[in-house]
Design a protein around this ligand. Sequence first.
Ligand SMILES: Cc1ncc(COP(=O)(O)O)c(C=O)c1O
Length: 429
Amino acid sequence: MLAELGAPVVRTPARSICNDIVYNGNVRMTGIRSIEALAPPVYLDYAATTPLHPRVLEEMLPHLTREHGNPSSPHAFGRRARSAVDLARDRVDRLLHGDISEVCFTSGGTEADNLALFGVARSVTQRRRIVVSAIEHHAVLNAASRLGEMGFDVVQIPATRSGSIDLNSAMTLINEDTALVSVMFANNETGVLLPIKAIARMAHEAGALMHTDAVQAGGLMRLDPHDLGVDLLSISAHKFYGPKGAGALWVRRGLKIKPVLYGGAQERERRAGTENVAAIAGFGRAADVALTERNHWVLQVDSARQAFQQELAHLEGVQYHGIEEQRLPSIINFSVSGVAAELLTMRLDGLGLAISTGAACASGSLEPSHVLLAMGMDEAEVRSSVRVSFGRGSTQESSRAAAQLLGAVVTDMRLAASAPNPYCRTARS
Ligand SMILES: Cc1ncc(COP(=O)(O)O)c(C=O)c1O
């Protein structure tokens, strides 16, 4: 992104960021220079959200300015808004290799997940079990726990140490009483890809429906709900250079689910409310751009991530999580021994580097990551874990510089932790 915007590419030899950390006895002088001092800030939190693609903005602008019609109005203004929504539906549908009637626009991934879970649970009469994985996003986990409060029997498929889910447990948990199984396509904290086809087969053998939250994979992976064998699939525009506040639930043709919102007959009565035309138009364009550019993005994030990891190899005490599994090329998660991740991300933020301690909606909360805990890590390891995620603006150079900066700050934090505290000494003497 930085290079694209004409910003100077960060070309920083390792020493220029961290060579003047000096530790002599009690005195610690840190000469860590921010990335900002060398170039604009570096954003490595694409799993939280992505910047708008210029072509997406171009598509949205008319609907934020001169085109203000309501798609339900029969006059020319309304008809133009309707065609914008129809075009977007066609584009999202092509991204999902589906049928145009199957895409239901929502306000984002969270609403799509809620519509899937509540929509199915409120449509079934006999079956009472809802099966989710222990490493779902909170949009699924919290919706499921609300269903639990409403009397459903909600059970979780445990995670494996490597960040996938335990298929043997899944087999025993998915039974004849199961209404819905919801397992995510790719985990948002570790990037691990989950065995959706196998789980969908188990769900269907038991007569249950299958939902997958594919929010993190939207712009990078081929998503074909028919091929995956799922009945419902969620995506969100802002994870692949579209606007925030636009998402979709793909619903297999013929499947009827109850709405969550009541009102007008929009979205074939599955989602009431006047459509957010500008965001939907942008979402459609983002889908279109993703179809043509995603192979290139995959190569780019792959090389940026590799550059980061090569540079990080110089730092001791780094342990990657979920690295053995098939994964998204864009996300890595690792712990840095002896370092508090919250503090590390705060210090890096102050120096112009944005990474996170986990899911954007959970980072900032003091709760340790439920995903890493479910993978069997102890709390200390979880609290020293960070997520770094790459996107179309990531270059090898900026990623290398980011890893150097991270290494320098970690070294500094470790030195600080091991240095005798002069105040303690004064107090004792
Ligand atoms: C896997 C996953 N599901 C759902 C969501 C929620 O999507 P949205 O932010 O569009 O509500 C996110 C967002 O981070 C996500 O990563």
